[in-house]
Design a protein around this ligand. Structure first.
Ligand code: HEM
Length: 509
């Protein structure tokens, strides 16, 4: 009774809202389902009601609409009524003071203008393209090529994922933080991943979290301290990426203390690595698990890095000093159709973003979009638009193999008169959509594809086995799924290709 009157979020579902999908265990069933199955739960629900484009769910104290129809998803994500209200959760998880940071940025403190928040995000967007993007890529790739150059002829990695995680985390931190990169402090990159792997426990009150998730709690405190020292000393002025420098200027102009915004700026490194590294892992494993595909990609990459290769032998030209292969990063999107298709196909399968939004006002879905009757979605409710469902819909991706990696799915096949359909393009949303479209997509894509081209050209990855590469369904805060524990690629040997042993990389922009 008490539940019904005070907590039941469905007590006021009106006939105009989408139909309620009841859980098998009354009241708490959907919450249990989400905790057990994570992003896969939405797929389970969708399979229960394949003909329903949208349903209403009871999530404990919240009412949510799960949207399965791609057209509806696009309509909602482009609508202003669907906001992204993650500030409260972010403040708790990342350990910053919401009142002293977010409320000031968003002008909710009664002192500052609302426009600061837009300025802050616009700054990030502008700086993740053009010259500043090029500069970030350059720094990341200089670090990556240095590490590849230092590899022996035969190198053993106990876990392919850990190897990549270390390589790309440091590369990304170099790209962001410049000469005084705080992540060079010993153990800080590990702290970042310790924090990230146990984030959910940090949602508990501090006293409880410091006991239950002691290690992650202290890891986060060490990152806060290192970033606090960095910003207090204005270290970002020594060659940090524009996105880091301008954000610091804006935050200081708003009067936020260095130590407060330093905690918030921990989100930079998190955003820059948390999805890029698993995405790189899936691209690399999808390729190196298929030797024939790796070989085809080698041929494609050799043609595109042609200028530095001997046309006769296909090997780097003998050079008095050292053989160098130049990889023109900006040409990869045009010159490597197979690689781009592999990348997009990998993103299709590994992107399991929940697409979480909060409705700031009522939203009508006209019947022209629902293809049935109109619906009204109510202000205050949550909306879930799971990419793990739309990216695998048999009606869009083909009934035979929507869950299977097809390296050529995103290539037009003129011989068989098959093109990537408009519907497929519209249903491919690994970077989100609408006003929250990922501003880091170009940086992530360039970093991943640059590394992959260098790896296929210069190395073999031996010892990869299907059973050591398994995907775990994504958690609520993950856009890209991570590997299952114990299935992170396992022990592999990264071996230089014969004839390419002394190769060095030069990434060109
Ligand atoms: C493969 C790598 C990546 C994937 C799949 C990815 C995916 C996404 C998705 C789906 C969103 C939308 C979230 C939402 O609407 O709530 C998003 C937002 C965002 N991403 Fe990425 N991302 C990646 C890499 C990056 C990188 C490298 C950066 C930073 C350099 C970054 C920075 C951001 C930021 C700041 C937002 C928030 C945008 C906003 O709310 O307006 N991401 N990302």
């Amino acid at each position: 009774m008490l539940y019904h009157f005070f907590l039941n979020p469905l007590r006021d579902v009106t006939p105009l809202e989408p139909p309620v999908l009841k859980p098998s265990i009354p009241i708490i069933g959907h919450l249990i389902g989400l905790f057990r199955h994570h992003s896969h739960y939405l797929r389970i629900l969708r399979d229960k009601v394949p003909s329903k484009p949208i349903v209403t769910l009871n999530l404990g104290t919240m009412k949510a609409y799960a949207v399965f129809d791609p057209q509806l998803q696009q309509y909602i994500s482009r609508n202003k009524a669907a906001g992204s209200d993650q500030a409260d959760a972010a403040a708790v998880l990342f350990g910053f003071d919401k009142k002293r940071v977010i409320d000031v940025i968003e002008g909710r403190d009664g002192v500052h203008a609302k426009s600061s928040s837009k300025q802050y995000m616009d700054a990030a967007r502008a700086m993740l393209s053009g010259d500043s993007l090029r500069q970030m890529h350059e720094r990341a790739m200089v670090y990556i090529s240095g590490r590849l150059k230092a590899l022996d002829k035969v190198n053993q990695a106990d876990s392919l994922y850990d190897w990549l995680q270390d390589l790309m985390s440091v590369a990304t931190s170099e790209a962001f933080f410049g000469e005084k990169n705080p992540y060079r402090q010993e153990g800080l990159v590990d702290d970042q991943w310790n924090f990230e792997g146990n984030m959910e426990f940090l949602a508990l009150p501090n006293t409880v979290a410091s006991i239950i998730a002691r290690s992650a709690y202290h890891a986060r405190a060490r990152i806060h301290a290192a970033l606090g020292r960095y910003y207090s000393a204005h270290d970002e002025e020594h060659g940090a990426a524009e996105v880091v420098r301008i954000r610091a200027v804006l935050l200081r102009q708003l009067g936020i203390a260095d130590e407060d915004f330093a905690k918030h700026e921990m989100t930079i490194m998190h955003g820059g690595t948390t999805n890029t590294i698993p995405a790189a892992f899936w691209v690399i494993t999808n390729i190196f698990l298929r030797p024939q595909l790796a070989e085809e990609l080698r041929v494609e990459a050799q043609a595109f890095c042609e200028s530095s290769l001997d046309k006769e032998t296909g090997k780097p030209k003998p050079n008095k000093n050292k053989p160098v292969v130049s990889i023109p990063l900006h040409r990869i999107p045009y010159a490597c159709p197979l690689l781009n298709s592999c990348f997009r196909e990998t993103m299709r399968l590994s992107s399991q973003w929940f697409g979480w939004r909060t409705l700031t006002q009522d939203l009508e879905l006209p019947s022209s979009i629902t293809e049935s009757r109109p619906y009204i979605l109510r202000k205050g409710a949550q909306v879930l638009m799971p990419a793990g469902v739309t990216h695998r819909l048999p009606s869009v991706w083909g009934s035979n193999d929507p869950d299977v990696f097809n390296p050529r799915r995103f290539m037009n096949d003129d011989e068989n008169n098959r093109k990537v359909s408009k519907e497929q393009k519209g249903n491919y949303l690994p970077w989100g959509g609408g006003s929250h479209l990922c501003p880091g997509r170009n940086f992530a894509t360039g970093e991943i594809l640059g590394l992959v081209v260098a790896l296929v050209l210069g190395f073999h990855v031996d010892g990869l086995r299907e059973e050591n590469v398994r995907m775990r369904w994504a958690r609520i805060w993950e856009a890209i799924a991570k590997p299952e524990p114990g299935a992170d690629g396992g022990r592999v040997v990264i071996r230089r290709r014969e004839g390419w042993e002394d190769l060095e990389w030069d990434f060109v922009y």
